[in-house]
Design a protein around this ligand. Structure first.
Ligand code: SF4
Length: 326
């Protein structure tokens, strides 16, 4: 079975799967406060449709799947779906990105269902500032979710912090030490102009931050990535202490892009920063055979753009992060 290779010679083996566009938080750089225009539940792909479609992707080499949202733990019976996906032939890595507000109730079941790794969004270690950035007073729920994930045995647990100038950049060192103390891997992320919320976020160039942390903690560049995604890592010589940097603006990583995104309604987005897409729900509900769906996936990958244009066209994207799950 031939691999999925796009027009730029990139091997696409990683799918980010958004199970809902809804979330219980309203992070300032993502979903606008008061937003109500969510996808209709009857348009959500069902677990049967997801199992079938992801099964076809896995058979043609897309062996890494990350479950995202909105907030994926708001989708009922997620452990059941995770169990069905992790049993699919060819699916070798199933992971989850969550805001952890619901994690303390689901951590054990998700681990038993076959989810191996978890990324948790955490932008501040101050409860008040957390509430200001995330629009909800959920700091303690996130902390108990993180501890539940740790005791459930997830490893690694990665912390995603969107670094914002004048908002939380004064906490970067504390977050580095918090993660080191708990054995979490911190990833600092540059804000992206996704929708007005993304555009109105105080962008912070992470290159000088990386240089400063490198000198402060005596870190070295990692030669091998610590995951399927675009993060560039600095680490201690003994490998015990790592910090990741996701820098789509200051140093993009599109040349080695390996991923596409499936939204809750079955729309495949070829690039986070572009609008090229392909609708799979009509095929799944219109009686298409597996071979036709596989052919459609190959056609869709032909649409994949070379890169984002966040710098050149910052006003281009209307949709915000939670619609495709980052
Ligand atoms: S912006 Fe698009 S091309 Fe670049 S890494 Fe992200 S998904 Fe890939």
């Amino acid at each position: 079975m031939s691999k999925l290779i796009d027009r730029f010679g990139r091997h696409i083996d990683y799918l980010r799967l958004s199970l809902t566009d809804r979330c219980d938080l309203r992070c300032s750089y993502c979903m606008p406060k008061g937003f109500r225009d969510f996808e209709e539940p009857e348009h959500w792909l069902t677990f049967d449709e997801l199992e079938r479609l992801i099964g076809i992707f896995a058979r043609i080499g897309v062996g890494r799947v990350r479950i995202t949202g909105g907030e994926p733990l708001l989708r009922r019976n997620l452990p059941e779906l995770a169990g069905r996906l992790s049993a699919l032939p060819g699916l070798r890595d199933l992971s989850l990105s969550t805001n952890a507000t619901q994690l303390d109730r689901h951590a054990d079941a998700l681990k038993q269902a076959g989810i191996s790794r978890i990324n948790v969004s955490l932008d501040s270690l101050k409860a008040e500032r957390f509430a200001k950035i995330c629009g909800r007073d959920s700091y303690s729920k996130v902390m108990s979710g993180l501890l539940a994930a740790k005791s459930a045995g997830f490893a690694p647990i990665k912390i995603n912090m969107v670094a914002m100038k004048g908002e939380n950049d004064d906490e970067i060192d504390n977050m580095v030490e918090f993660c080191h103390e708990h054995g979490f891997i911190l990833r600092l992320i540059e804000a992206m102009p996704m929708g007005d919320t993304g555009r109105n976020t105080q962008y912070l160039d992470l290159q000088p931050i990386a240089d400063r942390l490198k000198h402060k903690y005596g870190l070295i560049e990692h030669s091998t990535p610590l995951g399927a995604g675009p993060a560039r890592y600095l680490g201690s010589a003994d490998g015990q202490f790592n910090v990741g940097f996701i820098t789509p603006i200051s140093q993009h990583f599109c040349a080695t892009c390996n991923r596409v995104r499936l939204s809750v309604d079955g729309t495949l987005y070829m690039c986070l920063g572009q609008e090229e897409r392909y609708e799979f729900r009509p095929l799944l509900r219109g009686g298409a055979r597996d071979a036709e769906i596989e052919a459609a996936i190959r056609d869709a990958i032909e649409l994949k753009p070379e890169r984002h244009e966040f710098r050149e066209q910052p006003l281009k994207l209307v949709r915000f992060m939670s619609m495709t799950g980052g």
